[in-house]
Design a protein around this ligand. Structure first.
Ligand code: ADP
Ligand code: MG
Length: 724
C-alpha cells in the first residue's frame, strides 16, 4: 500500500467503525485494590508477629529480617498464584523514562524432574537483572555492569493481568554493586528522609513533642491525547516520535474553547471507564477525568498519595493507559506537544508535606500554633524556589517539554512562586517588618488574622505561574506529561529539606538568645523574605514585561531550553544541595546529567532523521506526482487553446526545492561531531537542528495546503483531532 492509500484506508476504517467495544465494569467494592498485596492482605495471610514486623518495614522502610522475609515471600507467592500468576518481576525505574521489568518464573524443577514452585525471601528482596544496557552515565564499567534490584516494601506488590495470565510485580530500587543509585526511586526515598529529618528539627524547635514520620504527598494530573490507531498507523512521526513533525493547522483548532470540560465523546468515555476499572484493581485512586483544552485532549487525576507510592502509581498509570487505549483502538499520546498550534500536555504535580500528628504543614488551619508552622514551611518553599529555581527548571528539562514551556499555554521557563493575594500580603508584611510582636508574644500580632481567615478559594489561581500555592499544597505546573514525577518530587523535597535546615539553624539561634517563639519566627521569616522574596510573583507569567523584569529586576534566571537548563545539575550550589542532604552524591548527580543530556541530544536526532526521511520519501514524492499531474493537465488544456495560471505550480516547486535543500543541510548538521563538550552539543541540537526541522516543516506544511487532498499521504490534523 502506498502512504496515500494507507491514509485513505485509515479514514475509511475510522468512519466505518462499528459500535464501541465495552467491557464489564465491576462495582468498586469488588475491584478496589483486589490485585494489590497490601497491608490488609498481609494481615490476613501472615501470623501476628510476621505481620507486625512487615508493617514496621512498610511504614518505615527499615530492612526486614531474613526469616520474616521468607514468610512474607511465601505468603505473597501463595496469594499471587491464587490469582493465576506463574511469574514474578521486580519493577524498577531506570534513568530512562520507562518502567523496567524482568520476569522470572516461580517454577523450578526438582531432582525427579517435577515442576515445583519457589519464591524465597531472598528472591523477593533482591533481583539481579542484567542491567548493563541501562544508561548509567558511566557510573559502571560495562564489564562490571551488574546492577541489582531490591524490593521497596513501602510500595505494595501487585498483579498485572493480561488476557493470558498474570504476573506478580514487586516495586524495587535499582542500584550498582557499589550502592550508587541507578534509578529514580532511590533519590526519591532519600529526599523524603532528608525532608523528614529537617522538618522534625523545625517542629521540635517549635515545641512539638509527638512527631510522626513526615511524608511528601503527591497528586499528579495527567494530560494526554487520543488519536484513532488507524490514523496513527499512517503517521510514522506519531509512532516513532510521539508527535507530528509535519501537519498544517486545521481551519478549526481550539479557538472556540468548546472542548475544555465539554461532554466527553462516548467512545472516549468508554475507554476511560475501562481504564479506571483497571486502575482501581491496582489500588490507584483515579478521581477526576475530563476533556482538556485542545480537541482530542483529556486529563486524568488520581487522588494524592504518599509521594513514593504516587510516583510508582503514576508510572503504572501511564503503562495501563497506553495499553487500554490500544484495546479501544486509540493511540494514547503522552508527548508534551503532539500537535503544533494547539495546547500541549502537562502533568501538574500537586505536592505537600505532612504527617499524622501535625497534619498537612502546607495547609493553613485554625490553630495559631499550626499557622506558625505553616508559615515556616511555606517560607521554606519560597526560599527553595528562589535558591533552586534553576534546578526546578532542570528537572523538567526534556526535548519534548521544551515545545511546551514558554509557549503561551504553559508556564514560563522562569521559575517563580505564586502565593495568592492574601498570603502574598502576609509575607510582604513580614518582609517589611509590619508585623509587630506584642510583649507577651501574642500570635495574632503576627498578622495571622488574615491567615486564620484564609479560605481555600479555587478561583484564586494563576494559571500562568509555574509553581503555585493552591490552598493546601503547591502545584508544580511546568512538569511535562510524559515525565516521571520522581525528578520534580526529589527536587522539591530536597530544596525543602535544605531550607528547613537553614530555618532550624536560625530559629535555634533566636530561641537561644531568649526570644519568644513568635518573635523568633517573625525574625527568621523577615530575613528569609529579604533574601528570597524576589521569587514571589502574582502577575502574568506569560507577559513580555515579566520575562524582562524577572531577569533584570528580580535576578531570576531564564533558561529557555533544556540545553540551557540541564547543565544546572553540575553547578556547585546544586551539587552541594544534594550532597549535604545525602540525596545524591556528586558522582550520582553527574551521571544523571550525562544520561539526561544524551537523551536530549538523541531524541532530537531521532526526530531530525525522521524529518529527513519523511520529507524525502513521503512528502516530496507526493508533491512531485501532483506537479506531474498538473503539467499533464496544463498541456492538455493548452492543446485546447486555453491556459491556466501557473502560479500554483511555482509555489509548489519552490517549496519542494526549499524542502530538499533544508533537509540536506539538516543531514549535514546531524553528521557533525566536533563539539567541545556535551553542553555545546546540546546547544547545537537546541538551536541549529531544531531550527532546520522547523524550517523543513514550513515548506512541507505549505505543500500540504497546495497539493490535492486526495493525493496527500499523511492523515491531516483535522482528521486526527476531530474524527473519533
Ligand atoms: P485542579 O485541576 O483544580 O488543579 P484536580 O482536582 O484536577 O485539580 O487535581 C488536584 C490534585 O491535587 C488531585 O490529584 C488531588 O488529590 C491533589 N491534592 C489535593 N490536596 C493535596 C495535598 N494536600 N497534597 C498533594 N496533592 C493534593
Ligand atoms: Mg491543577
Amino acid at each position: 500500500m502506498t502512504a496515500n492509500e494507507v491514509r485513505n484506508v485509515a479514514i475509511t476504517e475510522v468512519l466505518n467503525r462499528s459500535g464501541v467495544e465495552t467491557a464489564e465494569i465491576h462495582p468498586l467494592s469488588e475491584t478496589w485494590a483486589c490485585d494489590v498485596f497490601n497491608l490488609a492482605k498481609m494481615e490476613e495471610a501472615l501470623s501476628k508477629n510476621a505481620f507486625k514486623a512487615v508493617k514496621k518495614t512498610v511504614q518505615t522502610g527499615e530492612p526486614l529480617d531474613p526469616a520474616t522475609a521468607d514468610i512474607v515471600a511465601s505468603a505473597m507467592k501463595h496469594w499471587a498464584m491464587g490469582k493465576g500468576a506463574k511469574f514474578f518481576s521486580h519493577v524498577f525505574y531506570p534513568l530512562t523514562n520507562i518502567t523496567a521489568e524482568k520476569h522470572d518464573g516461580f517454577i523450578v524443577t526438582n531432582a525427579d524432574g517435577n515442576a515445583i514452585t519457589e519464591f524465597t525471601g531472598s528472591l523477593l528482596i533482591k533481583g539481579e537483572p542484567d542491567g548493563s544496557s541501562f544508561p548509567n552515565g558511566s557510573l559502571r564499567m560495562t564489564n562490571a555492569a551488574r546492577g541489582y534490584t531490591a524490593w521497596d516494601p513501602t510500595s505494595p506488590a501487585y498483579i498485572m493481568q493480561t488476557a493470558n495470565g498474570a504476573t506478580l510485580m514487586i516495586p524495587s530500587v535499582f542500584m550498582s554493586w557499589t550502592g550508587e543509585a541507578l534509578d529514580k526511586k532511590i533519590p526519591l526515598l532519600r529526599s523524603n528522609a532528608a525532608m523528614d529529618k529537617a522538618a522534625r528539627r523545625v517542629l521540635t524547635l517549635m515545641g512539638e513533642t509527638d512527631i510522626a514520620p513526615l511524608n511528601a504527598s503527591c497528586g499528579p494530573e495527567q494530560e494526554y491525547f487520543l488519536v484513532d490507531q488507524h490514523f496513527a498507523a499512517a503517521r510514522p512521526d506519531l509512532l516513532l516520535a510521539g508527535r507530528t513533525l509535519f501537519g498544517a493547522a486545521p481551519a478549526k483548532g481550539q479557538e472556540f474553547d468548546d472542548h475544555y470540560f465539554g461532554a466527553i465523546p462516548e467512545r472516549v468515555q468508554i475507554f476511560m471507564q475501562a481504564f479506571e476499572d483497571k486502575l482501581y484493581r491496582l489500588g490507584i485512586p483515579a478521581k477526576t477525568h475530563h476533556n482538556e483544552v485542545a480537541p482530542g485532549q483529556f486529563e486524568i487525576a488520581p487522588y494524592h498519595e504518599a509521594a513514593n507510592v504516587a510516583a510508582d502509581h503514576q508510572q503504572l498509570l501511564m503503562t495501563v493507559m497506553k495499553a487500554t487505549a490500544a484495546e479501544h483502538g486509540f493511540l494514547c499520546l503522552l508527548h508534551e506537544k503532539p500537535f503544533a498550534g494547539i495546547n500541549g500536555s502537562g502533568k501538574h504535580v500537586n505536592w505537600s508535606v505532612g504527617n499524622s500528628t501535625q497534619g498537612n504543614l502546607l495547609d493553613p488551619g485554625t490553630s495559631p500554633e499550626h499557622n506558625l508552622n505553616f508559615l515556616l514551611f511555606c517560607g521554606a518553599v519560597i526560599r527553595g524556589v528562589h535558591k533552586f529555581g534553576p534546578l526546578l527548571r532542570a528537572v523538567i528539562a526534556t526535548a519534548s517539554n521544551d515545545h511546551r514551556l514558554g509557549a503561551n499555554e504553559a508556564p514560563p521557563a522562569i521559575l517563580s512562586v505564586y502565593l495568592g493575594d492574601q498570603l502574598e500580603a502576609v509575607f510582604d508584611d513580614i518582609k517589611n517588618g509590619k508585623v509587630s510582636v506584642s510583649s507577651d508574644g501574642g500570635v495574632m500580632d503576627l498578622g495571622l488574622s488574615q491567615i486564620l481567615n484564609f479560605k481555600r478559594d479555587p478561583g484564586d489561581r494563576n494559571r500562568t505561574s509555574p509553581f503555585a500555592f493552591t490552598g493546601n499544597r503547591f502545584e508544580f505546573r511546568a512538569v511535562g506529561s510524559s515525565q516521571s514525577v520522581s525528578g520534580p518530587l526529589v527536587a522539591m523535597n530536597t530544596m525543602l529539606a535544605d531550607s528547613l535546615g537553614w530555618i532550624a539553624d536560625k530559629l535555634e539561634a533566636e530561641l537561644a538568645a531568649g526570644n519568644s517563639k513568635v518573635k523568633a519566627v517573625a525574625t527568621v521569616l523577615q530575613e528569609l523574605m529579604q533574601l528570597h522574596g524576589n521569587a514571589i510573583f502574582g502577575g502574568d507569567g506569560y507577559s513580555a514585561e515579566w520575562h524582562e523584569a524577572a531577569v533584570t529586576e528580580r535576578g531570576l534566571r531564564n533558561l529557555p531550553t533544556s540545553a540551557d537548563a540541564l547543565p544546572v545539575f553540575t553547578e556547585p550550589e546544586v551539587v552541594e544541595l544534594f550532597e549535604s542532604t545525602d540525596v545524591l552524591s556528586a558522582v550520582e548527580l553527574n551521571a544523571r546529567y550525562e544520561v539526561y543530556a544524551e537523551q536530549y541530544i538523541n531524541s532530537i536526532a531521532v526526530e531530525a532523521k525522521l524529518v529527513i526521511d519523511l520529507a524525502k520519501t513521503v512528502i516530496y514524492p507526493a508533491a512531485l506526482k501532483y506537479v506531474a499531474d498538473l503539467a499533464h493537465t496544463y498541456t492538455a488544456v493548452e492543446a485546447l487553446g486555453a491556459s491556466f495560471d501557473t502560479g500554483q505550480v511555482k509555489v509548489i516547486t519552490e517549496n519542494m526545492n526549499r524542502l530538499l535543500e533544508t533537509v540536506a543541510e539538516l543531514a549535514t548538521e546531524l553528521d557533525r561531531h566536533d563539539f567541545a563538550d556535551t553542553k555545546a552539543h546540546m546547544a547545537h541540537s537546541a538551536t541549529t537542528i531544531r531550527a532546520l526541522m522547523d524550517q523543513a516543516r514550513v515548506h512541507a506544511d505549505a505543500l500540504e495546503c497546495e497539493v490535492d487532498d486526495a493525493a496527500w499521504p499523511l492523515p491531516k490534523y483535522r482528521e486526527m483531532l476531530f474524527i473519533k
